[in-house]
Design a protein around this ligand. Sequence first.
Ligand code: TNX
Length: 508
Amino acid sequence: MNTTDNLIPRPSHVAPGDGPAFLLSPGARIAAGHAAAQVAEQLAALLRTATGFALPLVEEHRPGDISLELVESFDGGREAYTLTVAEDEIRLTASTPAGLFNGVQTLRQLFPAAIEEAGAAENRDAGTWVIPAVEIADAPRFAYRGLMLDVARSFFTVEEVKEQIDVMTQFKFNALHLHLTDDQAWRIEIHEPAENPSGLPYAKLTEVGGQGAVEVPTAVPPRGNSGFYTQQDFRDIQAYAATKNVLVIPEIDLPGHVNAALAAIPQLNPDGLAKPMSTTSEVGWSTLSVELPATYEFVREVLSQLAAITDGPYLHIGGDEAHVTGHDDYVAMVQRFVRIGAETGKSVVGWNEFAAVELPEGSVIQYWHGDFEPTVRQAEQSGSRVMMSPAANTYLDQKYASDSPVGLEWVEGGPFTWSEYYNWDPAQGGLQDQQILGVEGPLWTETVRNNQQAQWLLYPRAVSLAEVAWSGQEVRNAGDFRRRLGALGERLAQQGVVFQEAPDVEWS
Ligand code: TNX
């Protein structure tokens, strides 16, 4: 008999029922109103693959059906849901499709692991699809639960990004931060604007910058992938993400990490000469120039085009590792970039170095390393919120063992496995939960060349982060999480997800 005790992330309340279990039968239907139809269809598609049942969508439910219900208001907010499993029904309730989507991810995990096995329906006996009676009430601790994909060092195609979204969303991640530009490459199309006072060749950003990639001798293959997203590609990723309750946060890294832009646009260089493209994985050696009017013209054009195609409220402007930018120049430039960003109507996000400037209300500081105090102070003074990505608890590019074929190893305390990414509390340094937007795990890709290598670094550590971000401290427990991870193993394997079989976990 399968259990209601293996859910990841762990829900706020799980009350096992004492009544008989639910059995999904071949005649079952999925009942949902119009507004819930998309989620209902996603659930149906998932269950049809493994069960071979027809599972038609209907409006009115009868005994034996799964029903999805939208209600006016709901304790716990827009992403909360309740899930009731009883002998004669499964009922999922939320106030938004996002809440229903989250509930569907829980329901997926309540079915026996065979639910992940496609094409084996004819070998199943009638009693396979059983779920014990249970009442679940669940809501996220944090509104933002993200992963970051560095598509600059090595490019990921639209299809690859969608595949990553498919895997991450079963753990209720709801944000994907795309690191679109860096020293090695520029990955987002910027159109030639109608007004272009300095005649900056924006098309070169992707013509030249899109060809770039990192080169690291130990990576396989050593050179990263080239490519770029047209604005239509970006919209396509974003629209797909939205069907799975994922918000896309685009990043243009400024004023450092800009060599690809300096190589594409000669006017961004004080001597007016384009820089050569670079494949090195060194960081902190390039900068925009504080005194050039073209710098601000460029940033305004790029950020406004990006804001125009971005559905979500956030625009990430980088700000990290500007080691060759003088401090005063850094503050002067980033102060202007922050204003330009805010003028697009978006909330500006930046790596924690950018807390050195005055931030407009609604800004978000992504803390990754160094002194935490300026971040906390800004959060208190400007009302900015904090996105927690402390390197030693969230950096998914780090090796989980020194002999790992992929990954980097520079964060102190490493290498890191599932437990370092589980055993921490985002509320630290005096920050309260309300000041924390959420948690994000960045995947830098100096050594990553495809989704398999990415997954190998992501899983199961991203699963740890999913629980840190979703579940309250009071329901979290490392020993119990380790047990649940073990049970998750066969599901990931059935899905074809590559993951690290941490030796201290009993994998199913
Ligand atoms: C630091 S973390 C960076 C990235 C690198 C990463 C490698 C951060 C904000 N910047 O440019 O890819 O280290 O782990």
